[in-house]
Design a protein around this ligand. Structure first.
Ligand SMILES: NC(=O)c1ccc[n+]([C@@H]2O[C@H](COP(=O)([O-])OP(=O)(O)OC[C@H]3O[C@@H](n4cnc5c(N)ncnc54)[C@H](O)[C@@H]3O)[C@@H](O)[C@H]2O)c1
Length: 397
């Protein structure tokens, strides 16, 4: 248990994510100050929270009296210093820009009392770099909520190079208090767990279409109806936003080189401003709502191709001591709604099959991204071939 108190929190930036995080903290008993650059944004954030809380009351998730108490716990200001001075925790959810976030972390550090923990909701930026912008890198931690934070059950907790164990304990306790399932990202790698694995899966789906080995409709139908994913891969890409995918892909390629070689397939769409659901068009047209994924095409693509790439990405995370197989599976199930995690899928497929699939892809397309992670080779050498052998990423009785 952490010894750090949590009576009052400040949320810096209350846009799509920040207002949901503010709501979540207020609903679980913390006094919250919302901080943003102007009054209009703060008013909008409060309105969105009010709407969301009313939905919770309608669905009888919370009582009317609790809704009122929750709203009374929410305060708002454009005065950063005032908010930072009185908080035990500050969660930054400002736009995804390293220079801006570094500036904000330096400002928080200057004003907030020494015991205050500084969290960032960044999707992929370096927690270590944010820590370096302060004189308290031990108290800087990644708190990566998923959209919408009031509903999504996962919290990725990211340890920067200097984040202390005490701060991690605080973050784990916070997850519990908020009713979230935490996973620990032990090393500050780009993409953390969920976005790292998703990036590998997106890339393979994109390369497959780029090389004309399958169509987007075939891949989406197979992943939705055969593999049981909640959405097709291209549908999900549109839902997330192709501009966001593009910046994550760039970060990943910069960090991992050819192993994360980004496919250019969506660049013309990005250039044309067709960014997915939010602009009404991306890979699909969204003018009439969610695209119809055709069931008839479901057997024209083998989902194991994408499961193989997810397994290799998961193996790298385990090999580089970023996360445990257990946490990787939890993260993908709770963060994206996959029916099974990539390590479970690999164990079911067989580690030998994963390696064979990678070798076949590599023979066809000699690219580093298809080289099996050394961890998979080691597992195979040990005879840890997955479920059938009683041991793979996981142990089976
Ligand atoms: N949107 C998502 O699905 C999602 C999911 C997980 C994590 N994230 C991460 O959460 C963070 C916020 O993303 P978002 O989608 O909520 O963005 P957003 O643009 O909706 O909200 C950002 C908020 O920050 C405010 N802001 C801008 N400049 C500021 C400044 N100098 N100081 C304080 N506030 C400022 C804006 O007014 C806005 O209200 C990003 O780091 C993003 O990567 C986003």
């Amino acid at each position: 248990m952490s010894r750090q108190p949590l009576n009052r929190a400040a949320i810096l930036g209350v846009g799509s994510m920040g207002h949901g995080i503010a709501q979540l903290l207020a609903m679980t008993g913390t006094e919250v100050t919302m901080v943003d650059i102007n009054e209009e944004i703060l008013t909008k954030a409060r309105q969105k929270i009010q709407w969301s809380i009313e939905k919770f009351v309608e669905k009888r998730t919370i009582r009317k009296e609790d809704a009122e108490t929750t709203l009374a716990r929410l305060h708002a200001t454009t005065n950063f210093e005032e908010a930072f001075k009185n908080a035990d925790l500050i969660v930054e959810a400002a736009p995804e820009n390293l220079e801006l976030k570094k500036k904000l972390f330096a400002q928080m550090d200057k004003v907030a009392p020494k015991h205050v923990i500084l969290g960032s909701n960044t999707s992929t930026l370096s927690i270590t770099e944010l820590g370096k912008a302060t004189n308290r890198p031990d108290k800087v931690v990644g708190l990566h909520f998923f959209n919408p934070p009031q509903m999504m059950p996962l919290l990725e907790i990211i340890k920067g190079a200097q984040t202390s164990d005490e701060t991690i304990r605080f973050a784990l306790d916070l997850a519990k208090k908020l009713g979230k399932t935490p996973v620990l990202v032990k090393r500050d790698v780009r993409g953390f767990i969920v976005n790292g694995i998703l990036a590998a899966v997106f890339n393979e789906a994109f390369w497959t279409v780029e090389r004309k080995e399958a169509t987007k409709d075939e891949i989406d139908a197979a992943m939705k109806y055969q593999a049981g994913f909640p959405m097709g891969i291209f549908e999900l890409a549109d839902f997330i936003g192709l501009d966001i995918l593009n910046s994550v892909a760039k970060e990943m390629e910069e960090a991992f080189g050819a192993r994360a070689k980004a496919c250019p397939i969506y660049q013309p769409l990005v250039k044309a401003g067709k960014l997915g659901q939010k602009t009404g068009e991306g890979f699909y047209s969204w003018s009439a709502g969610r695209p119809r994924i055709q069931f008839e095409l479901a057997d024209r693509f083998d989902p194991n191709r994408l499961h193989t790439m997810a397994a290799n990405a998961a193996a790298w995370l385990v090999h580089e001591d970023v996360a445990t197989p257990q946490d990787i599976d939890t993260a993908m199930k709770f963060g994206t709604g996959w029916p099974s995690g990539p390590c479970e899928l690999a164990d079911k497929m067989g580690i030998d099959t994963v390696i064979k699939n990678l070798n076949e892809l590599h023979a066809k397309h000699p690219e580093p991204m298809y080289e099996p992670c050394p961890l998979l080779i080691e597992y195979a050498k040990n005879g840890w071939l997955g479920k059938k052998a009683g041991r793979g990423f996981h142990k089976y009785k």
